[in-house]
Design a protein around this ligand. Structure first.
Ligand code: B1M
Length: 210
């Protein structure tokens, strides 16, 4: 008989075929879909996060685990309503104007979603005005900006200035990251937080929301 531990292990292993069989078996046994999400799928990602942080798992494996979790979610999501899943908060995220790198950002999105946040991913090459319009529309708790190029780092600053100009800066916390970004840079441009990897970024959000 399938167990919630098997589901977590399957997420850890990145077993895309196995997860469908296990989650369907638990659904057929009458297991509460919320329990499958929290104690099976998310529990699996909660094992992955520290292993990634400590260097025991690498980007491709983390992506596989996140894909596996999402495959399981596809089966349970139709069985629950959005109100059943308490969200920890709403986060808007994007790679800044002129920058097309999205692997790190996508990893971050997956980790944030797996840790219970509602994430609105604006994609790559996100113009300053688009960040601002999204804040107006979605009223997030946190805005995340990723930049991988020294040439686009300054777009973080111009986006923050855009939020100030539009009177939105005080309504959100801003976190930033990406290879060239540093804590010093974050302090200079007036971001609320900086992180150099996806796991720490999620922990940063947790601290901001508490
Ligand atoms: Co480009 N690229 N690239 N590239 N690319 C870099 C960044 C570069 C360092 C390579 C090099 O020269 N050594 C260099 C930048 C140099 C610089 O600015 N100092 C570079 C360059 C120059 C370029 C082009 C200009 C090349 C050209 O066309 N001449 C061009 C620019 C295109 C553009 O954006 N306008 C370009 C293009 C590309 C590809 C399209 C080919 C591809 C991107 C594909 C994609 O993303 N879909 C690519 C890639 C893959 C890289 C490298 C090799 C790998 C980046 C990556 O995905 N790393 C990169 C070299 C490198 O970083 N070693 C390089 C894995 C990823 C998991 O890590 O993105 O750092 P990372 O994310 C981490 C953390 O940074 C952090 O968490 C993540 C996970 O732990 N993090 C955040 C990221 N965002 C965060 C946000 C947060 C918090 C944490 O809060 C919101």
């Amino acid at each position: 008989m399938a167990t919630l531990n098997d589901v977590s292990q399957c997420v850890l292993d990145g077993d895309l075929d196995g997860i469908k069989v296990l989650v369907q078996a638990l659904i057929d046994d009458g297991t509460d879909p919320i329990v499958i999400i929290n104690d099976g799928l998310i529990a699996g990602m909660n094992i992955v996060a520290p292993l990634f942080k400590s260097g025991e798992m690498f980007v491709p494996e983390v992506m596989e685990s996140a894909d596996t979790m999402n495959e399981g979610m596809k089966l349970v999501k139709p069985l629950i309503t959005d109100e059943d899943i308490p969200s920890k908060g709403k986060i808007i995220i994007g790679t800044v104007n002129g920058d097309l790198h999205d692997i790190g950002k996508n990893l971050l999105v997956m980790m944030m979603e797996s840790r219970g946040y509602t994430v609105i991913d604006l994609g790559v090459d996100v113009k300053e005005e688009a960040f601002s319009a999204a804040v107006k529309e979605h009223k997030p708790n946190i805005v995340g900006m990723s930049s991988l190029l020294t040439t686009t780092m300054m777009k973080i600053e111009s986006t923050i200035k855009q939020l100030v100009a539009d009177g939105l800066r005080n309504q959100v916390k801003i976190i930033i990251g990406g290879a060239p970004v540093t804590q010093e840079f974050a302090d200079d441009v007036g971001a609320d937080g900086y992180s150099d990897d996806a796991s720490t970024a999620v922990e940063l959000c947790d601290r901001m929301m508490s």
